[in-house]
Design a protein around this ligand. Structure first.
Ligand SMILES: Nc1ncnc2c1ncn2[C@@H]1O[C@H](COP(=O)(O)OP(=O)(O)OP(=O)(O)O)[C@@H](O)[C@H]1O
Ligand SMILES: [Mg+2]
Length: 285
Protein backbone atom coordinates (compact mmCIF):
# COMPACT_ATOMS: atom_id res chain seq x y z
CA UNK A 1 0.00 0.00 0.00
CA UNK A 2 1.57 3.28 -1.07
CA UNK A 3 2.16 6.59 0.62
CA UNK A 4 0.22 9.58 -0.70
CA UNK A 5 2.10 12.78 -1.23
CA UNK A 6 0.69 16.23 -1.95
CA UNK A 7 3.59 18.42 -2.96
CA UNK A 8 2.78 22.15 -3.07
CA UNK A 9 -0.56 21.50 -4.75
CA UNK A 10 -2.54 24.50 -5.94
CA UNK A 11 -5.84 24.25 -7.78
CA UNK A 12 -7.33 27.37 -9.32
CA UNK A 13 -10.69 27.72 -10.98
CA UNK A 14 -10.43 30.86 -13.11
CA UNK A 15 -8.59 33.94 -11.89
CA UNK A 16 -10.65 34.35 -8.70
CA UNK A 17 -10.98 30.95 -7.04
CA UNK A 18 -8.12 29.20 -5.32
CA UNK A 19 -9.67 25.88 -4.28
CA UNK A 20 -6.36 24.44 -3.01
CA UNK A 21 -3.59 26.75 -1.93
CA UNK A 22 -0.09 25.23 -1.89
CA UNK A 23 -1.07 22.08 -0.02
CA UNK A 24 1.75 19.81 1.09
CA UNK A 25 0.70 16.70 2.94
CA UNK A 26 1.87 13.13 3.37
CA UNK A 27 -0.58 10.33 4.15
CA UNK A 28 1.05 7.12 5.27
CA UNK A 29 -0.17 3.73 4.12
CA UNK A 30 -3.11 2.36 6.05
CA UNK A 31 -4.07 5.70 7.62
CA UNK A 32 -7.76 6.57 7.99
CA UNK A 33 -7.85 10.31 7.37
CA UNK A 34 -10.91 12.52 7.75
CA UNK A 35 -11.03 15.89 6.00
CA UNK A 36 -12.91 18.54 7.96
CA UNK A 37 -13.73 22.07 6.91
CA UNK A 38 -16.57 24.44 6.09
CA UNK A 39 -18.43 24.39 2.81
CA UNK A 40 -16.18 25.54 -0.03
CA UNK A 41 -12.97 24.82 1.91
CA UNK A 42 -11.60 22.51 -0.78
CA UNK A 43 -12.33 19.02 0.61
CA UNK A 44 -13.97 17.65 -2.55
CA UNK A 45 -11.27 19.25 -4.68
CA UNK A 46 -8.61 17.41 -2.65
CA UNK A 47 -10.43 14.12 -3.23
CA UNK A 48 -10.93 14.87 -6.93
CA UNK A 49 -7.24 15.63 -7.32
CA UNK A 50 -6.49 12.31 -5.61
CA UNK A 51 -8.64 10.23 -7.93
CA UNK A 52 -7.46 12.03 -11.03
CA UNK A 53 -10.80 13.68 -11.83
CA UNK A 54 -9.15 17.10 -11.50
CA UNK A 55 -5.57 18.01 -12.32
CA UNK A 56 -3.73 20.43 -10.03
CA UNK A 57 -2.88 23.81 -11.53
CA UNK A 58 0.52 23.62 -9.83
CA UNK A 59 2.32 20.97 -7.80
CA UNK A 60 2.19 17.18 -7.86
CA UNK A 61 0.22 14.42 -6.24
CA UNK A 62 1.84 11.01 -6.00
CA UNK A 63 0.44 7.67 -4.92
CA UNK A 64 3.56 5.68 -4.15
CA UNK A 65 6.08 6.45 -6.87
CA UNK A 66 3.49 7.22 -9.52
CA UNK A 67 1.77 10.47 -10.39
CA UNK A 68 -1.95 10.21 -9.70
CA UNK A 69 -3.16 10.01 -13.30
CA UNK A 70 -1.39 6.67 -13.78
CA UNK A 71 -3.19 5.20 -10.78
CA UNK A 72 -6.78 5.84 -11.67
CA UNK A 73 -8.18 2.30 -11.34
CA UNK A 74 -6.35 1.78 -8.09
CA UNK A 75 -8.43 4.45 -6.40
CA UNK A 76 -11.88 3.41 -5.16
CA UNK A 77 -14.48 6.11 -4.62
CA UNK A 78 -17.60 6.19 -2.46
CA UNK A 79 -19.96 8.99 -3.44
CA UNK A 80 -22.43 10.93 -1.33
CA UNK A 81 -25.27 9.95 -3.65
CA UNK A 82 -24.00 6.37 -4.01
CA UNK A 83 -24.73 6.29 -7.81
CA UNK A 84 -26.10 2.76 -7.75
CA UNK A 85 -28.01 1.18 -10.62
CA UNK A 86 -31.44 1.09 -8.96
CA UNK A 87 -32.79 -1.86 -10.97
CA UNK A 88 -29.79 -4.05 -10.17
CA UNK A 89 -29.36 -6.17 -7.08
CA UNK A 90 -26.83 -5.37 -4.35
CA UNK A 91 -24.69 -8.16 -5.84
CA UNK A 92 -25.01 -6.78 -9.38
CA UNK A 93 -24.06 -3.31 -8.20
CA UNK A 94 -21.09 -4.56 -6.18
CA UNK A 95 -19.93 -6.53 -9.21
CA UNK A 96 -19.74 -3.38 -11.34
CA UNK A 97 -16.72 -2.44 -9.22
CA UNK A 98 -14.79 -5.10 -11.13
CA UNK A 99 -15.33 -3.33 -14.45
CA UNK A 100 -12.49 -0.88 -13.98
CA UNK A 101 -10.12 -3.83 -13.53
CA UNK A 102 -11.37 -5.74 -16.55
CA UNK A 103 -10.81 -5.03 -20.21
CA UNK A 104 -13.13 -2.94 -22.37
CA UNK A 105 -14.78 -5.87 -24.15
CA UNK A 106 -15.55 -7.75 -20.96
CA UNK A 107 -16.81 -4.55 -19.41
CA UNK A 108 -19.09 -3.85 -22.39
CA UNK A 109 -20.67 -7.29 -22.22
CA UNK A 110 -20.73 -7.41 -18.43
CA UNK A 111 -18.72 -10.62 -18.39
CA UNK A 112 -17.47 -11.54 -14.94
CA UNK A 113 -15.46 -14.53 -13.94
CA UNK A 114 -15.95 -16.64 -10.86
CA UNK A 115 -13.26 -14.72 -9.00
CA UNK A 116 -15.05 -11.39 -9.48
CA UNK A 117 -18.25 -12.90 -8.12
CA UNK A 118 -16.50 -14.24 -5.04
CA UNK A 119 -14.89 -10.82 -4.52
CA UNK A 120 -18.31 -9.16 -4.76
CA UNK A 121 -19.85 -11.55 -2.22
CA UNK A 122 -16.91 -11.03 0.14
CA UNK A 123 -17.31 -7.27 -0.17
CA UNK A 124 -21.02 -7.52 0.61
CA UNK A 125 -20.18 -9.64 3.64
CA UNK A 126 -17.69 -6.99 4.79
CA UNK A 127 -20.44 -4.35 4.76
CA UNK A 128 -22.94 -6.72 6.43
CA UNK A 129 -25.17 -7.21 3.40
CA UNK A 130 -24.54 -10.79 2.34
CA UNK A 131 -28.13 -11.80 3.09
CA UNK A 132 -29.42 -8.85 1.09
CA UNK A 133 -27.22 -9.56 -1.92
CA UNK A 134 -30.24 -10.48 -4.08
CA UNK A 135 -32.22 -7.38 -3.12
CA UNK A 136 -32.61 -4.63 -5.70
CA UNK A 137 -31.00 -1.31 -4.85
CA UNK A 138 -34.30 0.55 -5.37
CA UNK A 139 -35.82 -1.25 -2.38
CA UNK A 140 -32.91 -0.60 -0.02
CA UNK A 141 -32.60 2.08 2.66
CA UNK A 142 -30.19 4.98 2.17
CA UNK A 143 -27.72 3.43 4.62
CA UNK A 144 -27.86 0.04 2.90
CA UNK A 145 -27.34 1.67 -0.49
CA UNK A 146 -24.31 3.48 0.80
CA UNK A 147 -22.93 0.19 2.13
CA UNK A 148 -23.42 -1.32 -1.34
CA UNK A 149 -21.48 1.70 -2.64
CA UNK A 150 -18.64 0.79 -0.28
CA UNK A 151 -18.80 -2.87 -1.42
CA UNK A 152 -18.59 -1.75 -5.04
CA UNK A 153 -15.50 0.33 -4.27
CA UNK A 154 -13.93 -2.68 -2.50
CA UNK A 155 -14.56 -4.96 -5.49
CA UNK A 156 -12.41 -2.56 -7.47
CA UNK A 157 -9.57 -3.81 -5.23
CA UNK A 158 -8.21 -0.30 -4.81
CA UNK A 159 -5.02 0.73 -3.11
CA UNK A 160 -6.66 3.89 -1.90
CA UNK A 161 -10.27 4.36 -0.78
CA UNK A 162 -11.82 7.81 -1.06
CA UNK A 163 -15.22 8.92 0.18
CA UNK A 164 -16.77 12.35 -0.29
CA UNK A 165 -19.41 13.04 2.36
CA UNK A 166 -20.45 9.38 2.40
CA UNK A 167 -23.03 9.84 5.15
CA UNK A 168 -24.30 13.35 4.45
CA UNK A 169 -27.84 12.30 3.59
CA UNK A 170 -28.28 9.73 6.35
CA UNK A 171 -29.77 9.94 9.84
CA UNK A 172 -27.23 9.74 12.69
CA UNK A 173 -27.69 6.02 13.34
CA UNK A 174 -27.43 5.01 9.68
CA UNK A 175 -24.49 7.41 9.32
CA UNK A 176 -22.64 5.69 12.18
CA UNK A 177 -23.39 2.26 10.72
CA UNK A 178 -21.99 3.26 7.34
CA UNK A 179 -18.88 4.79 8.91
CA UNK A 180 -18.40 1.66 11.02
CA UNK A 181 -18.46 -0.51 7.89
CA UNK A 182 -16.19 1.87 6.01
CA UNK A 183 -13.67 1.68 8.86
CA UNK A 184 -14.03 -2.10 9.10
CA UNK A 185 -13.42 -2.46 5.36
CA UNK A 186 -10.39 -0.18 5.56
CA UNK A 187 -8.98 -2.10 8.53
CA UNK A 188 -9.62 -5.56 7.06
CA UNK A 189 -8.08 -4.72 3.72
CA UNK A 190 -5.44 -2.39 5.18
CA UNK A 191 -6.60 0.35 2.85
CA UNK A 192 -5.39 3.89 3.03
CA UNK A 193 -8.62 5.87 3.34
CA UNK A 194 -9.42 9.56 2.93
CA UNK A 195 -12.96 10.75 3.57
CA UNK A 196 -14.56 14.14 3.97
CA UNK A 197 -17.21 14.48 6.64
CA UNK A 198 -19.41 17.28 7.94
CA UNK A 199 -20.55 15.43 11.07
CA UNK A 200 -17.76 16.26 13.49
CA UNK A 201 -19.07 14.05 16.30
CA UNK A 202 -19.16 11.04 13.98
CA UNK A 203 -15.75 11.93 12.56
CA UNK A 204 -14.25 11.81 16.05
CA UNK A 205 -15.45 8.25 16.57
CA UNK A 206 -13.79 6.83 13.50
CA UNK A 207 -10.84 8.94 12.35
CA UNK A 208 -7.18 8.18 13.12
CA UNK A 209 -6.09 11.51 11.77
CA UNK A 210 -7.97 14.72 11.02
CA UNK A 211 -6.99 17.31 8.45
CA UNK A 212 -8.76 20.67 8.79
CA UNK A 213 -9.04 22.68 5.60
CA UNK A 214 -10.07 26.27 5.27
CA UNK A 215 -9.90 28.46 2.16
CA UNK A 216 -7.87 25.79 0.40
CA UNK A 217 -5.21 25.60 3.12
CA UNK A 218 -4.46 22.93 5.67
CA UNK A 219 -4.91 24.72 8.99
CA UNK A 220 -5.00 21.66 11.24
CA UNK A 221 -3.45 18.23 11.14
CA UNK A 222 -3.69 16.03 14.19
CA UNK A 223 -5.41 13.19 16.02
CA UNK A 224 -8.56 13.07 18.13
CA UNK A 225 -6.84 14.49 21.20
CA UNK A 226 -5.69 17.52 19.23
CA UNK A 227 -9.19 18.17 17.91
CA UNK A 228 -10.23 20.52 20.68
CA UNK A 229 -13.09 22.99 20.76
CA UNK A 230 -10.62 25.76 19.99
CA UNK A 231 -9.41 23.85 16.95
CA UNK A 232 -12.95 23.34 15.74
CA UNK A 233 -13.59 27.07 16.09
CA UNK A 234 -10.51 27.83 14.01
CA UNK A 235 -11.55 25.37 11.30
CA UNK A 236 -15.22 26.32 11.07
CA UNK A 237 -15.63 29.79 12.52
CA UNK A 238 -12.42 31.75 11.90
CA UNK A 239 -13.20 35.34 10.86
CA UNK A 240 -16.84 34.74 11.61
CA UNK A 241 -18.99 36.82 13.99
CA UNK A 242 -20.14 33.60 15.62
CA UNK A 243 -16.68 32.84 16.86
CA UNK A 244 -16.32 32.97 20.62
CA UNK A 245 -14.07 35.77 21.96
CA UNK A 246 -11.35 33.49 23.28
CA UNK A 247 -11.25 31.12 20.33
CA UNK A 248 -7.87 30.51 18.68
CA UNK A 249 -6.64 33.70 17.11
CA UNK A 250 -4.08 32.15 14.84
CA UNK A 251 -4.77 30.88 11.36
CA UNK A 252 -2.68 27.77 11.78
CA UNK A 253 -3.44 25.50 14.67
CA UNK A 254 -0.37 23.67 15.85
CA UNK A 255 -1.59 20.54 17.61
CA UNK A 256 1.76 20.08 19.30
CA UNK A 257 1.72 23.47 21.00
CA UNK A 258 1.28 23.41 24.75
CA UNK A 259 -1.20 26.25 24.75
CA UNK A 260 -3.42 24.14 22.59
CA UNK A 261 -3.65 21.30 25.09
CA UNK A 262 -3.93 23.64 28.05
CA UNK A 263 -6.88 25.48 26.59
CA UNK A 264 -8.38 22.40 24.99
CA UNK A 265 -11.82 21.36 26.03
CA UNK A 266 -13.25 17.92 26.48
CA UNK A 267 -14.43 15.58 23.79
CA UNK A 268 -17.97 16.18 24.90
CA UNK A 269 -17.69 19.90 24.28
CA UNK A 270 -16.23 19.45 20.86
CA UNK A 271 -19.03 17.06 20.04
CA UNK A 272 -21.45 19.86 20.66
CA UNK A 273 -20.24 21.68 17.56
CA UNK A 274 -22.91 21.30 14.95
CA UNK A 275 -21.14 20.88 11.66
CA UNK A 276 -24.26 21.89 9.80
CA UNK A 277 -24.46 25.12 11.71
CA UNK A 278 -20.74 25.53 11.33
CA UNK A 279 -20.89 25.11 7.60
CA UNK A 280 -23.92 27.32 7.20
CA UNK A 281 -22.81 29.89 9.71
CA UNK A 282 -19.33 30.35 8.30
CA UNK A 283 -18.17 33.42 6.49
CA UNK A 284 -20.05 32.71 3.36
CA UNK A 285 -17.38 30.81 1.43
N1 LIG B 1 -15.66 22.77 -11.15
C1 LIG B 1 -15.51 23.92 -10.49
N2 LIG B 1 -15.53 25.09 -11.14
C2 LIG B 1 -15.34 26.26 -10.49
N3 LIG B 1 -15.14 26.35 -9.16
C3 LIG B 1 -15.12 25.21 -8.45
C4 LIG B 1 -15.31 23.93 -9.08
N4 LIG B 1 -15.23 22.97 -8.12
C5 LIG B 1 -15.02 23.62 -6.94
N5 LIG B 1 -14.94 24.96 -7.15
C6 LIG B 1 -14.71 25.96 -6.11
O1 LIG B 1 -13.58 25.55 -5.37
C7 LIG B 1 -13.78 25.83 -3.98
C8 LIG B 1 -13.65 24.55 -3.18
O2 LIG B 1 -14.76 23.73 -3.50
P1 LIG B 1 -14.95 22.27 -2.91
O3 LIG B 1 -16.10 21.68 -3.64
O4 LIG B 1 -13.66 21.55 -2.97
O5 LIG B 1 -15.33 22.56 -1.40
P2 LIG B 1 -15.81 21.56 -0.25
O6 LIG B 1 -14.90 21.76 0.91
O7 LIG B 1 -15.92 20.20 -0.81
O8 LIG B 1 -17.26 22.12 0.12
P3 LIG B 1 -18.58 21.33 0.61
O9 LIG B 1 -18.39 21.05 2.06
O10 LIG B 1 -19.69 22.31 0.37
O11 LIG B 1 -18.72 20.10 -0.23
C9 LIG B 1 -15.12 26.51 -3.87
O12 LIG B 1 -14.91 27.91 -3.88
C10 LIG B 1 -15.85 26.06 -5.11
O13 LIG B 1 -16.80 27.02 -5.53
MG1 LIG C 1 -17.50 18.88 -1.08
Amino acid sequence: MPTIEFDDVTKRYGPETVALDEISLTIEEGEFVILLGPSGAGKSTMLRVLNGLTAPTEGDVHIGDDPVSDNHSEVGMVFQEHHLIEGKTAFGNALTGALSRNGLLRSLFGIHDHEDKVTALNALETVGLLRESGQRAESMSGGQKQRVGIARALVQEPQLLLADEPVASLDPKAARDVMRYLKKAADEQELTTVTSLHQVNIAREFGDRFVGIRDGEVIFDGDENDLTMETMEAIYYADSDERTPDAGATDVVDPTSETETETGTTTGDADAVSPTTAADGGDGV
